[in-house]
Design a protein. Structure first.
Length: 149
């Protein structure tokens, strides 16, 4: 959030307004690990759930999860994942390997990136990948139905 407590909104070239929320790098020794993170919608996959297709309640929950990530470093975001299910709380930023998906990896996503998801509600997840300081959103999964198990 901006210093005045209001969410920064970035006007896109096409006139849409998207929230600009910041994340930070994952590597311990990376000189940019304190860089301000952001979310990107450039790689949103057609045919899978988009933000506009979520219920209003889920849209609010997604924006709240963006705010949670905004105040953390990437190291802190990665720390929300745990192999111990009892410790998986909050964002639960977790790898989403292609073999765990119930559908094929969308062709529109870069082949050289690893997919991750994070929690926006008890069952809702946001899938995407990190490139630099940007978490690029691929799709939203409000019912946790994109992965096996």
């Amino acid at each position: 959030m901006a210093k005045d407590g209001k969410r920064k909104i970035r006007a896109e070239a096409n006139g849409s307004r998207t929230p600009s929320v910041h994340l930070r790098p994952q590597c311990e020794d990376c000189p940019r690990r304190q860089a301000s993170p952001s979310f990107g919608f450039k790689y949103q996959v057609r045919g899978l759930k988009s933000f506009s297709q979520l219920s209003v309640e889920d849209q609010i929950a997604v924006l709240e999860s963006f705010c949670k990530m905004e105040g953390r470093t990437w190291h802190e975001v990665y720390a929300t994942a745990s192999k111990n299910p009892a410790l998986r709380t909050g964002l639960c930023y977790t790898p989403a390997p292609d073999k765990s998906l119930l559908h094929d990896r969308p062709d529109s996503l870069p082949k050289d990136v690893d997919l991750y998801h994070f929690r926006f509600s008890d069952v809702g997840r946001v899938f995407g990948f990190r490139k630099g300081d940007v978490f690029n959103i691929a799709w939203f999964d409000p019912n946790h139905g994109s992965q096996k198990g």
